[in-house]
Design a binder for this molecule. Structure first.
Ligand code: ADP
Ligand code: MG
Length: 821
């Protein structure tokens, strides 16, 4: 390796390892950990002396990688990725001219276009595409992609790139890689397929000093079956001529070859390649039906020189501070980069922009909101809070105490609080919320707590009632199934101010609900509510403080990005004494064993959940599965136990009854669909069985698992799955090894995408053209940092007029004209 340390390959190995769930993947030659150990053990010569020790240390750590827990592996991979990108800049600045990778000679795309004889009339950014020489009539194809002006097309980034820039010798071709072979034509044939009259086969045998390669292309249709066409096609590749061939290397039964090769005959061995498709890094654009790929590529080439006219709105200080290349240069190189390194820089700059303008918009909006609204100020140290602290049978964890302090500090001020509390299942978020609620009440204000389901609202209500009774405070529950008479009573007590706290579901946002002095709104599982619903609850007070809670915790910057103008607090520590839940993936064959564990636990006085997935489209089917399974289990498997049933189609009162029976231990096992998912708290339950576990996402499984392990007893979670899909197995395997909600939600986003995990629509997650919220976390952090700095010094962007203008355009486009939350 030495000086030729392949940074890209190393980073790729790290990325793939992350994607595959830190399983220490086996490569062609080495395992991941071995490859890293070897590569890091030989730092490039350009790395200065004292830095080299860090490389050796890291190499040693990778030797222990196979014994590490998933969490430790995750941390290792992330820190190594960061380490390498820092070291790379060191290496680049240190090494006198970097060794040029061997590359077939291609003409620079920009140079080619500039030399065009038509370039006398300069093309401008806002010019219509069909008026550009070299595009003309093809403009109508581009319009089908929503591209009308030169600027539109410049900002139409490729979906991916095929790397044909690497020149490979025939003996080094590796299936799955892309590259270009330069060789001499040994033979060339063009003939009708003996098996299919409609198919014409073109076959070229190439040779270079290291071997022979047979390339084939296929043409279907009568036009090509004609001898004359075949002869003339063959004549393009005379024996003895030199050709360059690019493509994806694949293995077939005769050896390796290139799939659908792009071939160009060169004038001589050293001649430049003319074709836009051979020997370079080729952009691949998203197309719609009937738009030819080459049309888009050629049109981009026609306008690429216009990129120079772009003005970069990003202040130079930021560009330099964050090591970003100029916009003009980034745009030119995102399309037709001359090497991978420039492509990476171009992408980094454009990803930064996508995040930066979004963050800038959020921060600016948040400043405005704070300025325009005045909330009540609450006393953080009154008698209710003191009383509650005395009643608490446990000590707050450090994390809880920290978050309580953050909240109380917010509530002291008259700028509205808008805070998100993230915490794993069981981290004790409810207690934290009670502090906020009591601060409001002891300052003479009312509070509301809204939860997404009746089950959850009822659960919160129960907890709160027990505390509130001790504090001699009234609290009521309002849901869709509250009786009319009681509902009226609640309405009137709210209006008079007698009732200080109301807990409930969406019922809280209905019109007749009027508070006398609503000062605080707590929203549990906030991502389950729409923007409108949240806004309606807020409108029932005068700029009330808002506390949002979620049990699907995600990294902080990501949360800030997704939730826009919220502050974020994390309860990132579990109360002491929690035991790890033994988790195992089981197939149908293990069922008897699983039932035996249930039986053993129930006999010892504990309880069990058996969950059936609820898939929206087929709710009926799933309910049937649950109902039938309930019957089977009660009659044939556990006739000696009482088994409850809970599903979404039951009447609210029946659901209540089923849960109450389970809580009171009159049923020992409960068969349920996922209505049980959030927040249900029965500490005596120690077994969780999840059927068809492969149908759930990781975060959801983690939530379900969190229903057990709430008491002092050892708990078990069985993930039943007979799925053969390697993806499903891998995903479930991650749960066997980790109980960390932050880690799991991140993995879940890798597997399913952030939109699936967090609900794109409701979180208002924008569609990024290039950026990935999971893969580009580092750039996301930088962008956040940059945006914070700018807004802190100049909230109205007075001294950055072009930035201000760009922000207006970008922010509107990103959010589809709508703003989050
Ligand atoms: P979640 O964050 O999932 O909403 P809860 O607020 O429901 O968690 O708390 C889970 C359980 O842990 C509850 O029974 C609660 O009383 C208990 N609990 C909360 N904080 C602590 C603590 N600091 N020490 C011990 N137990 C705690
Ligand atoms: Mg909770």
């Amino acid at each position: 390796m030495d000086e030729n340390l392949d940074w890209v390959r190393l980073q790729k190995a790290l990325a793939v390892e992350a994607e595959r769930g830190y399983s220490d993947i086996q490569g062609k030659q080495y395992r991941f950990s071995e490859f890293l150990c070897l590569s890091l053990g030989k730092p490039p010569k350009s790395i200065p002396g004292k830095e080299r020790d860090r490389w050796y240390d890291l190499a040693q750590k990778f030797a222990k990688y196979p014994e590490m827990s998933l969490n430790q592996r995750h941390t290792m991979v992330i820190s190594t990725r960061n380490f390498l990108s820092q070291q790379k800049t060191l290496a680049v600045t240190n090494s006198s001219p970097p060794p040029k990778p061997k590359q077939p000679r291609t003409k620079s795309v920009a140079a080619e276009t500039k030399a065009s004889p038509y370039s006398s009339k300069p093309v401008t950014l806002d010019q219509a595409l069909y008026t550009v020489v070299g595009i003309g009539g093809k403009g109508s194809y581009l319009e089908r992609l929503g591209l009308y002006t030169v600027r539109d097309l410049l900002f139409y980034y490729p979906r991916e790139h095929l790397d044909y820039a690497r020149q490979v010798q025939i003996c080094h071709l590796e299936p799955g890689e892309t590259g270009t072979v330069i060789g001499t034509v040994k033979s060339c044939k063009c003939f009708n397929s003996p098996k299919n009259k409609n198919l014409t086969i073109f076959q070229l045998v190439l040779r270079d000093p290291t071997g022979r390669l047979t390339l084939s292309n296929f043409f279907s249709g009568p036009r090509f079956a004609n001898r004359g066409w075949q002869e003339s096609y063959k004549r393009k590749y005379p024996v003895g001529s030199i050709v360059a061939a690019s493509g994806l290397v694949k293995q077939n039964k005769y050896g390796v070859t290139l799939d659908k090769p792009e071939i160009e005959v060169l004038d001589s061995a050293g001649a430049s390649i003319e074709s836009i498709k051979v020997g370079r890094i080729l952009p691949v654009y998203s197309l719609s039906e009937g738009v030819p790929a080459d049309t888009v590529r050629k049109s981009v080439i026609a306008i690429l020189p216009v990129a120079e006219q772009l003005k970069d709105p990003l202040p130079a200080a930021i560009r330099q501070g964050y090591d970003l290349i100029k916009l003009q240069y980034a745009i030119a190189n995102i399309h037709f980069p001359s090497n991978q390194d420039i492509l990476a820089h171009a992408r980094r700059r454009l990803v930064f922009d996508e995040f930066f303008y979004l963050q800038l918009g959020f921060l600016q909006r948040r400043q405005l909101l704070k300025k325009d609204h005045v909330s009540a100020t609450f006393n953080p140290t009154g008698e209710l809070i003191t009383g509650f602290q005395e009643l608490l049978p446990f000590k707050l964890t450090n994390a809880q105490q920290r978050v309580v302090n953050e909240i109380l500090a917010d509530l002291k001020s008259n700028t509205p609080m808008n805070r998100l509390v993230q915490g794993d299942v069981g981290a004790g978020k409810t207690v934290v919320a009670i502090f906020a609620i009591l601060a409001a009440i002891q300052s003479g204000y009312q509070a509301a707590l809204m939860a997404p389901t009746e089950v959850l609202a009822e659960q919160h209500y129960r907890k709160l009632v027990s505390w509130f009774n001790l504090l001699h405070l009234p609290v009521e529950l309002l849901t869709g199934s509250t009786k009319t008479k009681q509902r009226r009573e609640i309405h009137s007590q709210l209006e008079t101010g007698e009732l200080p706290l109301l807990v409930g579901t969406h019922a809280l946002i209905q019109d007749p609900v009027k508070f006398s002095k609503l000062g605080l709104v707590v929203i549990d599982e906030q991502h389950r509510f729409g923007v409108q619903q949240r806004a309606r609850l807020l409108s029932k007070g005068q700029s009330p403080h808002v506390l949002n809670m979620t049990a699907t915790p995600i990294p902080r910057t990501l949360a800030l990005t997704l939730h826009g103008d919220l502050d974020v607090s994390q309860v990132d520590e579990l109360p002491p004494g929690r035991q790890a839940i033994t988790t195992a993936v089981k197939t149908g064959r293990d069922r008897t064993k699983v039932y035996n564990v249930i039986r053993r636990e129930v006999v010892q006085g504990r309880q069990a959940y058996i969950i059936f997935p609820l898939v929206e489209e087929s709710e009926k089917l799933d309910v049937r599965a649950a109902v039938e399974e309930h019957q089977r289990l009660s009659e044939t498997i556990f006739p000696e136990f009482e088994i409850g049933l809970l599903h979404g189609r039951m009447k609210s009162a029946d659901k209540d009854a089923a849960l109450t029976a389970f809580r009171d231990r009159s049923t020992q096992i409960i068969v349920s669909t996922t209505v049980i998912e959030v927040g249900v708290d029965v500490p005596n339950a120690t077994v969780m069985v999840i059927e068809n576990a492969e149908r759930f996402g990781l975060s959801q499984l983690h939530q379900l698992r969190g229903r057990v392990g709430r008491g002092k007893d050892k708990s078990y979670c069985f993930l039943m799955s007979s799925s053969k899909s390697p993806d499903a197995k891998q995903r479930l395997g991650v749960l066997e090894q980790s109980q960390d909600g932050f880690f799991l939600s991140e993995m879940d986003m890798r597997f399913r995408g952030p939109g699936e995990v967090l609900g794109t629509r409701q979180s208002g997650l924008p569609d990024f053209a290039l950026a990935s919220l999971v893969e580009d976390k580092e750039v996301l952090n930088l962008a956040r940092d940059a945006a914070e700095k700018i807004i802190a010094s100049d909230p109205n962007l007075e001294s950055y007029p072009s930035l201000k203008k760009e922000l207006e355009i970008r922010y509107r486009r990103l959010m589809g004209g709508d703003i989050l939350n």
